[in-house]
Ligand binder design. Structure first.
Ligand SMILES: C[S@@+](CC[C@H](N)C(=O)[O-])C[C@H]1O[C@@H](n2cnc3c(N)ncnc32)[C@H](O)[C@@H]1O
Length: 340
């Protein structure tokens, strides 16, 4: 499916330049999409077009309220309207319903939580660090951990086939360590693909609440073990052949990444393979990357790193033959493969 160009609702409809639209319209756009996802509006339309009244009935919502929301979603390019019936666009069906290949609804639900956090963004900018890290907030609000893991799971469903295609697992690889493995999908996919692999998933307890069930449902409880821990405590250190460090580096400070990569190198046998997935910083940063860095500043006080930074740490740790693979599309990020 080719990408859908949606209307740029931040542009003034007249000739006057109205910078206020840059503030107001993204807020309303985000609020409308997130509300629709929370109410199950896109899912309700997954089976076909509906009249506003029918749609409202399915959502147990007011008809006029539903019509007002749906009309804005039409203007945003998320729904179409034919006569009086509303339908999902191909892109909405693809990205925000179970009928699509991957359902990013958990991302919209996470955004609902991120809203209230981002209202406080300036405090992190002033301090240069979060008032409270996302991991601490997850301890206070136990529903956040599983929701974040479900969001990461949606990304992992998308990334999984790329990993299998690009990571050269050999007969000599038997013990896999999945640092920051969260939902468990990557370990499951590798163990399913390679019968001789056993895996250990290390993550904070808040990220692992549903993982044992997922692993059990796949019939892999005898081959995949969970290790709830802060990976910076280094109590997971054990001999292994493949280490996954997938979207975890940007959650750590430089000094901690160097420490963790050093430990991985120390316990990995020669011929072992380290797989890093991340969004590598380029100069200048594009808008998406710059926004992600601002999110990290608020959530964890960390940042994204460049290929050169990773290569320097890997060299220092004793890894060699580092190769970079940029995924397609670029928004999926990049892999760094490094051998011990
Ligand atoms: C962006 S998510 C990526 C999840 C998974 N690796 C993937 O690629 O889908 C980062 C994960 O790293 C975990 N994580 C970050 N810092 C950690 C730490 N210090 N100790 C343990 N887990 C950590 C988070 O809990 C989260 O599950």
């Amino acid at each position: 499916m080719s990408p859908t160009r949606k209307p740029d609702v931040c542009q003034p409809t007249g000739t006057a330049e109205l910078p206020m639209l840059d503030v107001y319209m993204p807020m309303m756009k985000s609020a409308a999409i997130v509300s629709a996802a929370r109410m199950g509006l896109f899912e309700a339309l997954a089976g076909g077009a509906l009249e506003a009244d029918e749609l409202a009935g399915r959502l147990a919502a007011d008809a006029q309220g539903t019509r007002t929301l749906a009309d804005f979603l039409v203007a945003l390019g998320y729904l179409t309207k034919s006569a009086t019936r509303y339908a999902n666009t191909d892109s909405t069906q693809r990205w925000f319903t179970r009928a699509g290949q991957i359902d990013y609804t958990p991302g919209a639900l996470w955004t609902h939580e991120a809203w209230s956090m981002m209202g406080d963004l300036s405090s992190a900018v002033v301090a240069g660090t979060p008032q409270r890290s996302l991991w601490d907030t997850m301890r206070d609000k136990p529903h956040l951990g599983p929701l974040f893991s479900r969001y990461m799971q949606a990304f992992a469903q998308d990334l999984g086939p790329d990993l299998i295609a690009h990571v050269p697992v050999t007969d000599r690889h038997a013990r896999l360590l999945d640092l920051g493995g969260s939902h468990g999908l990557h370990s499951i996919r590798f163990c399913r693909t390679y019968e001789r692999l056993n895996a250990v998933i290390v993550d904070m307890p808040s990220a692992l609440t549903d993982t044992a069930t997922t692993v059990a449902n796949e019939g892999l409880s005898d081959r995949i073990r969970l290790h709830p821990a802060n990976l910076l405590d280094l109590d997971w250190v054990q001999p292994c052949d493949i280490v996954l460090y997938l979207s975890v580096g940007h959650n750590q400070h430089e000094v901690d990444n160097r420490r963790v990569l050093g430990e991985i190198a120390r316990m990995m046998r020669p011929g072992g393979l380290l797989v890093i997935h991340d969004y590598l910083a380029e100069d200048p940063l594009n808008a998406f990357h710059a926004a992600f860095r601002l999110t990290l500043l608020y959530e964890t006080g960390t940042r994204t790193y460049s290929e050169e930074e990773y290569r320097g740490w890997l060299r220092e740790a004793g890894f060699s033959a580092v190769s970079r693979i940029d995924l397609n599309p670029l928004e999926k990020g990049s892999l760094l493969l490094a051998y011990r």
